[in-house]
Design a protein around this ligand. Structure first.
Ligand code: DGJ
Length: 744
């Protein structure tokens, strides 16, 4: 992979062609035309200043050549007195003012009561891979800094910083990370994901009709109900493997909003960032408000390539623990005891599971909820983060030592942002929870939200986590978060107090809480560089690129039913890398009362970071042997699954047959995971046509189940892709896996 182009600050690179032009991520200013080109991988994003001094979107599509320029930006003329130019000109960062009624990126109230803004170009600077364009209002002392960072994987990050350069206080009511204009007016298909507890990452694709689609979270965190990802393709052209796709996702774990808008005048736009719901930020003199990063990409390789770009990007640029210039290491096979024991356990019952987990091939043993305080069920204990002597009379050390002796490292569950009213912490610090005066707090799962925006709560949280990790040999934390917000009051917010409440000042809790969460995790990881973390929120309630910069993996869903999981994982991989997708094999009957064979459960969980959550003490010898065989096979394909190129060959949505394929970046190994939900009419399993192989190479077939593969031992890549692989899957819930190793 070529390195980023590092442009020297203050040096205009245009029109000289340099080695930078060939690099995969560059920023190319064209000062004469007042245009900027952000080249990332195979795409270019461009904007320019029009004759009115407004920054206007110019281009978002396939990469333009190093000499390419665009016609000088020009505003769209007024169409009618009720269709002003300000509304139809594709402004790069539209503020509310001058008759602009499309979805705005910025709305503020100025200290003198002026509620409009008219942003004009001020200046631009390029620092390495990042372009900064500054806009300023015609009369108010307010500047908007727009940032564009180019990544070689074919992604740009866009975000903004709103700066008060005056002496009064601005009230910011809406501050988006970015607004973008799609190139054509009509003919789009819009995809997004919604969800619920035990049903996350459900894909929707609909024609983009005139109007707005709002995806958002108001829950305080990323949310189970929607995920901050989108993709837009062309209805007549885009498929899984071909056609244009514009896509993106936010890096923010608090309230967010992503609006996709098509207008009657054939314009299509997307605006994303902080949610405007209950939002307010008092921007004092000299202060800035920085918005979350909005990561954007374009491909003409269909939805599959859009996912592969995001996966490469997350592996190379987002996930923590990347070795210098390289990738994070593949995830270990986790055993998690939650589904086996819930909170009803002792150290001995955990060790009985640990012994079996090691035999089944697990590499990490995780004790879930219930190890601390008076935590025998979910009514008590959250907040009291000491090891309960009732379950661990000698503390955690003997248990951890034993887990190590089985050849696994050790992890433990925490839920730092929550407290049970029945806890010593709450009894000592009732003022530490989110609250409004004289109003009863709403409990969910018998717990309340700690107000992490408070500096004292932040310090307490860092300190106990640091102590826990320092005093015990803990390799991994599963960081959980099991309720949504309510009564989001903060009467100790800067600018507010019980005596002089200031509702606007208290609304900063939405942003400050998330920033402080990030700060605690960052400090913890800096102090304990080997510590790994999983983000969980009753399943996939906190999956976004903000948390993934700080956590190594996520728990996509509490639903571990193999069939449901196939659909959830299908959606998940559109936005997120398989490396981060933890999937456990659990017991049957499942949540859906479904009986699914052990192998099917394993082959579904092998689609990402394989884990086990079944009660292995109840597995028969045959099931234990099969588990060991399957984990051993997984270890031979793990790097390709987690860090390779994913091809969703056949979607499980509404189909009896489905397959996923992974190809290592150098095409030396490929893996096919194949499923038959139910056979009908005695039909034969269709040949599986592979993708992404080297057509000229020969591949040796290594079948997990030799009796389910029909064909030669060594097969040309062209044949595997053209004629396909014949698998013998039959009956209900049959599954298998085939690895292909390049031999020449
Ligand atoms: C919700 C998580 O999603 C589960 O895996 C488990 O950790 C429980 N919380 C524990 O309370």
């Amino acid at each position: 992979m070529l390195k980023l182009c590092r442009t020297l600050p203050g040096i205009a690179v245009w029109p000289f062609v340099s080695a930078c032009m060939l690099a995969q991520a560059t920023v190319r200013p064209h000062p004469e035309r007042q245009q900027w080109f952000v080249d990332a991988g195979k795409m270019t994003y461009a904007m320019g200043v029009n004759e009115q001094g407004t920054l206007q979107s110019l281009y978002f599509g396939p990469r333009l050549g190093p000499h390419a320029v665009l016609p000088v930006a020009h505003s769209v003329p007024e169409r009618a007195s009720q269709g002003p130019s300000s509304e139809t000109t594709p402004q790069e960062y539209p503020a509310w003012g001058a008759g602009n009624f499309t979805e705005t990126a910025l709305k503020v109230t100025s200290p003198n009561g002026d509620r409009t803004l008219i942003l004009k170009y001020d200046s631009a600077a390029v620092k390495g891979d990042t372009l900064e364009i500054v806009l300023k209002d015609a009369t108010q002392p307010l500047r908007v800094h727009l940032y564009y960072q180019a990544f070689p994987e074919g992604v740009i990050a866009r975000w903004s910083r709103i700066e008060n350069t005056g002496t009064g206080v601005f009230g910011v009511e809406d501050a988006a990370s970015a607004a973008l204009s799609l190139p054509d007016g009509t003919g789009y298909n819009h995809s997004w994901m919604t969800g619920m507890w035990a049903g996350e990452f459900q894909m929707h694709t609909e024609p983009l009709e005139v109007g707005k689609t709002v995806q958002e979270s108001r829950t305080g965190h990323t949310s189970l109900n929607a995920n901050p990802w989108f993709a837009v393709g062309k209805t007549a052209e885009t498929t899984e493997e071909a056609g244009p796709v514009w896509f993106g996702e936010l890096g923010w774990s608090g309230n967010w909003r992503l609006v996709t808008e098509a207008t009657s005048l054939h314009q299509a736009r997307i605006v994303a960032g902080f949610n405007t719901f209950d939002f307010h930020w008092n921007l004092a003199a000299g202060q800035s408000l920085e918005t979350p990063k909005f990561y954007l990409g374009y491909t003409d390789g269909g939805n599959g390539e859009a996912s592969r770009i995001l996966s490469r990007f997350q592996l190379h640029e987002i996930l923590p623990m990347r070795a210098a210039g390289g990738l994070p290491k593949p995830r270990p096979i986790i055993y998690n005891s939650w589904e086996a024991t819930e909170m009803n356990f002792t150290g001995d019952t955990q060790l009985a599971l640990a012994e079996r987990a090691a035999k089944a091939g697990a590499e990490r043993f995780v004790i879930d909820d219930g190890w601390f305080g008076k935590r025998d069920d979910d009514h008590a204990g959250l907040g009291d983060w000491y090891v309960t002597p009732k379950k661990f009379p000698q503390g955690l050390k003997p248990v951890i030592d034993k887990v190590h002796s089985y050849g696994m490292d050790f992890g433990i569950w925490v839920e730092p942002e929550m407290v049970n009213p029945d806890s010593d912490l709450y009894r000592q610090h009732p003022e530490w929870v989110m609250q409004f005066p004289n109003r009863q707090q709403t409990q969910m799962r018998n717990q309340l939200m700690l107000n992490l925006a408070r500096p004292d709560v932040k310090e307490w949280m860092f300190n106990w986590l640091d102590k826990l990790v320092s005093e015990n040999d803990i390799a991994f934390l599963k960081w959980d978060y099991n309720r949504v917000w309510s009564e989001a009051g903060w009467n100790a917010a800067p600018g507010s107090s019980p005596e002089h409440p200031n509702a606007d000042a208290e609304k900063t809790i939405y942003v400050t809480q998330v920033r402080n969460l990030y700060e605690v995790i960052d400090r913890l990881r800096a102090k304990h560089p080997k510590l790994e973390i999983e983000s969980c929120s009753s399943g996939g309630g906190r999956v976004d690129l903000g948390i993934l910069q700080r956590t190594d993996e996520v728990w996509p869903s509490d639903n571990t039913d193999a069939l449901d999981r196939q659909n959830i994982q299908y959606g998940f991989t559109h936005g997120y890398t398989p490396q981060a997708m933890v999937a456990w094999v659990t017991d049957v009957p499942s949540m859906d009362h479904r009986m699914v064979p052990v192998q099917y459960r394993f082959v579904v969980a092998m689609q990402g970071s394989l884990g086990i959550g079944a009660n292995l003490t109840k597995f028969s010898d045959a099931e234990m042997d099969l588990s060991a065989k399957l984990t051993a096979f997984y270890k031979t394909i793990r790097t390709t699954v987690q860090q390779g190129e994913l091809y969703r060959l056949q979607s499980p949505m509404g189909s009896d047959e489905s397959q996923v394929e992974y190809v290592s970046p150098d095409k030396s190994q490929a893996v096919v995971l194949a499923y038959l939900h139910s056979q009908r009419l005695m039909l034969r399993y269709d040949p599986v046509k592979l993708r992404g192989l080297d057509p000229a190479a020969m591949y040796r077939v290594r079948a997990l189940d030799p009796n389910k593969y029909v064909g030669d031992v060594t097969v040309a890549g062209s044949v595997l892709m053209g004629a396909g692989v014949q698998l013998k899957l039959q009956g209900d819930y049959d599954s298998t896996a085939v690895a292909l190793e390049r031999v020449q």
